[in-house]
Write a protein that binds this ligand. Structure first.
Ligand code: DCT
Ligand code: CA
Ligand code: CA
Length: 371
C-alpha cells in the first residue's frame, strides 16, 4: 500500500562505508590491502578495549563493532592486520566536509550521526526514480573525487525504505526501490532491518512466530498493539508495510559555503585571479540556489606566497540571489585586498558566501515533502 503523500516523495539515504576505517585507509594507503581495525582502547592494559569499526577485509574474518580487541586479534592472527586507536576529531572533520558537499544537493537535508544523511530530492528529480538514480551516481562520484571515500546509497519513497535500501549493497552500493516495489522489497528481510527492532524486540517477535518483515505485515495489528503497546505496535505495523511519513528534517544548515583553488602559479595579476574567482562564484552560487537560499555576504580569500591568509567581505543590506552582484562584489573586494600588496604574490584564491535566508517559494516544497 502506498499513500498519496509517499507516491510523491523521493528520499535518498547515504551511509559512508566502514567510515572510521576508511578514513584511516585514505590517510595511510599502505594499509589498504590489510585488515584494518579501529579500536577504543580502555587504557587498562595493552589490548583492553573494544572494536569501534573495521574494514571489509577484517569483517570477512568475523571482526565486528563492539567486539573485544582481544577477540579481533585472535580472529586475525593469521592475517596482516593493523590496529589503530579511534581519532574522532579527524573523522568529524572529514564527515563535515562530506556533509557540506552532500547538503548542497537537496533542499531538505538531515544528517544522522557522523556517517549518515537523508535527502529529500522529490522536487529536484520531479518524482522520477530514474533521475534520482543519476543524481545518486553523481553524488557518489563527487564524494569520491573530492574526498576519496566511498558510500552506499539507498533510494525510496520514504526514510525507512531508503535506509534499508542503503544497507543492502555494501560497500559502494546503490539500491533503488520504487514505490510499487516496496512491499516485495521488505517482505523477505529479517525484522531487525527495521529501525527500532533491537535484540529484545527481535526475540519477542520470534516468540510470536515472526521473523521476516512480511510475516510482521501479515500479523494482526491488534495483536501487535497487545504485545508492544499502542505507539510501538502501530509503528511496527506501518513499518512492515514500508509506510513511513516522517519528513526529512532540515536540521541546521551550513553557515557558509566556500570554494578555494590553488593557482597554476603564484601571481600578482588581478585578471588571472578574477578568472578563477568567477568560476568558483558560479559554483557556490548554484549550490546556494539549489538549496532555495539567498545570501547577504560575500567574502574573498587570498592565500599569499608566504602562506598568510587575507580576506575581505561585504554584507549587503538585503538578501540577494544575483550572481552578477556576486561577481561585481568579488571584483571590488579583490581590488581592495590587493591595494596595499606591493611585494607578495597570491598562491590560492577563494570565495565564500554566507548569511543565508530561505526563499519563500521553497516553503511549498517543505509542505510538499511532509514538513
Ligand atoms: N560503533 C561502535 N560500536 C558498535 C557499533 C558501532 O563503536 N557496536 C560505531 C563505529 C562506527 C559507527 O558507530 C557507525 O557504525 P556503522 O553504522 O556500523 O558504520 P560503519 O563502520 O561505517 O560500517 P558500514 O560500512 O556497515 O556502514
Ligand atoms: Ca557507515
Ligand atoms: Ca551507519
Amino acid at each position: 500500500m502506498v499513500t498519496k503523500l509517499q507516491a510523491h516523495r523521493v528520499v535518498i539515504h547515504i551511509d559512508f562505508d566502514y567510515f572510521f576505517a576508511q578514513v584511516e585507509e585514505r590517510e595511510r594507503p599502505a594499509i589498504k590491502d590489510k585488515a584494518v581495525v579501529v579500536c577504543v582502547y580502555s587504557g587498562r592494559g595493552e589490548d583492553s578495549g573494544a572494536v569501534s569499526t573495521a574494514n571489509y577485509i577484517a569483517r570477512k574474518y568475523g571482526v565486528k563493532s563492539g567486539m573485544p580487541i582481544v577477540f579481533a586479534k585472535k580472529k586475525l592472527k593469521n592475517v596482516e592486520a593493523v590496529f589503530l586507536p579511534v581519532n574522532h576529531a579527524r573523522y568529524d572533520m572529514v564527515s563535515q566536509e562530506m556533509m557540506n558537499m552532500i547538503r548542497t544537493y537537496a533542499y531538505a537535508f538531515e544528517q544522522v550521526g557522523v556517517d549518515e544523511a537523508y535527502l529529500d530530492v522529490s522536487k529536484r528529480v520531479d518524482g522520477s526514480y530514474e533521475k534520482a538514480r543519476h543524481l545518486a551516481t553523481e553524488i557518489k562520484k563527487e564524494i569520491f573525487a573530492k574526498e576519496k571515500i566511498t558510500c552506499s546509497i539507498g533510494i525510496g519513497p520514504n526514510k525507512l525504505v531508503a535506509k534499508i535500501a542503503a544497507g543492502r549493497k555494501k560497500p559502494n552500493g546503490l539500491t533503488v526501490v520504487r514505490p510499487e516495489e516496496v512491499q516485495q522489497f521488505v517482505s523477505d528481510l529479517p525484522v531487525r532491518e527495521l529501525m527500532g527492532v533491537g535484540r529484545k524486540t527481535e526475540k519477542k517477535l520470534r516468540e510470536l512466530g515472526i521473523k521476516t518483515i512480511g510475516q510482521l505485515a501479515a500479523c494482526n495489528i491488534g495483536r501487535l498493539v497487545g504485545v508492544f503497546g499502542n505507539t510501538l505496535g502501530n509503528y511496527f505495523h506501518n513499518a512492515s508495510l514500508g509506510i513511513d511519513e516522517t519528513p526529512v528534517e532540515q536540521r541546521g544548515r551550513a553557515k557558509s559555503i566556500s570554494r578555494i583553488v590553488t593557482l597554476k602559479q603564484n601571481t600578482r595579476d588581478p585578471a588571472v585571479m578574477l578568472k578563477e574567482i568567477k568560476n568558483l562564484a558560479e559554483d557556490v552560487h548554484s549550490s546556494i540556489l539549489e538549496q532555495g537560499l539567498s545570501f547577504k555576504s560575500v567574502s574573498i580569500v587570498a592565500v599569499m606566497d608566504d602562506l598568510t591568509t587575507l580576506s575581505r567581505s561585504k554584507t549587503f543590506q538585503n538578501p540577494t540571489e544575483s550572481l552578477e552582484k556576486v561577481q561585481r562584489t568579488a571584483k571590488e573586494l579583490l581590488e581592495l585586498l590587493l591595494k596595499r600588496e606591493t611585494d607578495r604574490s597570491v598562491r590560492r584564491v577563494g570565495i565564500r558566501m554566507s548569511d543565508f535566508f530561505e526563499e519563500k517559494g521553497q516553503k511549498q516544497l517543505a509542505d510538499f515533502s511532509g514538513n
